[in-house]
Design a protein around this ligand. Sequence first.
Ligand SMILES: [Zn+2]
Length: 121
Amino acid sequence: MKIIREVIEELLAISKDNYPLEFVALLRGKKGVIEEYIFLPGTEFGHTSAIFRIDMLPLGQKIHGTFHSHPSTNNHPSQQDLSMFASNGNYHIIAAYPYDMGSWRCYDKLGNEVRIEIIDE
Ligand SMILES: [Zn+2]
């Protein structure tokens, strides 16, 4: 899987702006590339809850996974994160404080770390 540099940079910037609140978004794009993110109406923000309303998603969109921020330096998925991952695609990025290029990781739906390549559009 690949992600466009501008997309991950924007997600990190929004995470920083929302700190200490958690920020969540869905990741979408064409096959093999995360090209954009979507905020969903009805998404709840909070330290312990990142709840997606997948029923609010327009039909026909290819969802690769999720992005969310943690208000700490821990970028590992919680049990709650894993249950959210399971039904929202197979690539899940968690960004931790201070939300720079070195503080995020990507996981598959089971919580195993996976590598994502950053590409320039
Ligand atoms: Zn989390």
